[in-house]
Unconditional design. Sequence first.
Length: 397
Amino acid sequence: MEENTNTSAEIVNATVEESALAKLERASIDMQIATAHQYPRSITKFKENSLALVTLDEETAASCLYRRPVGKDRQGRETYAEGMSIRMAEIVAATYGNLRVGTRLIESTPRYVVVQGVAHDLESNFLSTAEDKEPTIDKWGKPYSERMRVVTEKAAAAKARRDAIFAVVPRAAVKFLEVAAKNLLFGNASSISKWRTRIAEWVKTLGIDTARVWKALEVDGPDDLKQSEIEMLIGIKTALQNGDTSLDDAFPILDNDEEGSRYKAPKKLNAKPAEKPETTASEPESAKPETLAENAPEEAKASEPAEAPAPAPAEAKDQAKEAKAPAAVISEKQANRLFAIANKNSLTKDEIGFLIFDVGGVNHANEIPKDRYEDVIAAIQAAKHGSVLPPEEGDLI
């Protein structure tokens, strides 16, 4: 009887505690709404503050533009989706005023994670949610490590928060920011020439055949870039940094690309050797050269092992391919691109080394296998300084 009484008391206490937490949360939201009504936002002030941040420098302005490939049109040309980036969403949320945003982890399985973003306009009491689902397996189907899963969850949280913010804040209220960013980047003719040089240098750090980039844009080279193509490349660069697309999606592999050669059928090996000329009938028998095999005793001939049969043509191709195949590791150019992206995200030497070991399975960048290079790049693009290590106990994503 005493045991039942204690159990009932625990249930009552839990119910009371949950009710207290709900009341506390409700009181907090009500106080924020009351404060928002007491101090309503000023659109003029929002425009001034957000414009100052977006046009702070060219790097910030470029990070606010976002484009990613979404497929091909009927003519076979690549089409791109244009939008406002995660950096733009952060600036809007920080300056719009009376906006409550957050994220929460909804589902986590060995194969994917689902994160929900929430944005609440405290003045109009309009709330919107957005979910982002990200895979947590590599292209071979192997699950990520725990730390890599944390990096993926944080990247998904940033995307979900961005989508929720722009579902609450009207696009008409932030369109001027996108225009201001483009004006800062391409305000005069000298800006176009400067960006051509910058883009040519950036393309060299990608570690891929530069012809893939120009082919995707349907130009012959950096000198043919116009403002529309430059805007597209800047948006693709932001999408690559945010992990929204990959190099192969943005710049498809060409038929004659060396990186894609391993997916093609091997070329035919050399043709059969030249036939040995036959001895003419007029040639005397004594003119034929004697061989050791012909002069060997009969017993020695019988003891010699039979010759191994010639390998089949398919086997000969495979053997020749294995003999000629170079070590499948990344080039120095690809390693330099990897470190350039890591420096862009302010990763420390230890964080870079951990991602190389955790995703690439090796200790040094020049040992990364080619078939794991894109996975390492994606991990570094998704990582930020301090995000490689797991969160402290009690922290929320």
